[in-house]
Design a protein around this ligand. Sequence first.
Ligand SMILES: [Zn+2]
Length: 221
Amino acid sequence: MRFGAGPVHARWTGRPEGDLGPAEASDGSELELRRRALVDRSWSWATQVHGADVVVVRGPGEPEGARADALVSDHPASCLAVFTADCAPIALASPEGVLGAVHAGWRGLMAGVVGSAARAMRDLGATRVEAALGPCIHVECYEFSPGDLDRAVDRLGPTVRGVTTTGRPALDLPEAVRVSLQEADVELVADEDVCTACSPGHFSYRARGERQRMALVVWRA
Ligand SMILES: [Zn+2]
């Protein structure tokens, strides 16, 4: 999809595209060929650690071995990827063509990964920052321990508290994303509105113990 006012594209994969990461994919490997078939660029990605660190990608092929949960870039040839199963994949774009990709689980959101990514984009010249949210686990499937849920509510506000379909305490991850975007003055302009646990077309660690990862790829046309 193309989103926002600028030249930025975003694509989320599902089960049909198979396991896309997170692994090094060198020249000609089966994984690299499948990545290239989706978006024919050199993908940039980092080792995701559920933190708030951001990597600024200065060109295709970077970064080597960075640990971060968000990538941003103003380079026209850059192609940013994050890998998720139930966590939230967030694409970011500005009219200037500054782009970002964020892997946002509840720990990363509490650490402020969305704000860090938006700041890093503004440092690169982004004026208005817009977001699109991909498939992630939704509240009806995301049972949470009461202690962790209290911590999330302390940090992100009462609207992230929910219940599962069976009436258990649950975290509303899409709402936690919306709150975080609002805090960072980023407008959510698109939401795939798909629950990875409910959807047979997506991988879910929580629902099915699946280890495969889907990709969010963000690039400039
Ligand atoms: Zn669900």
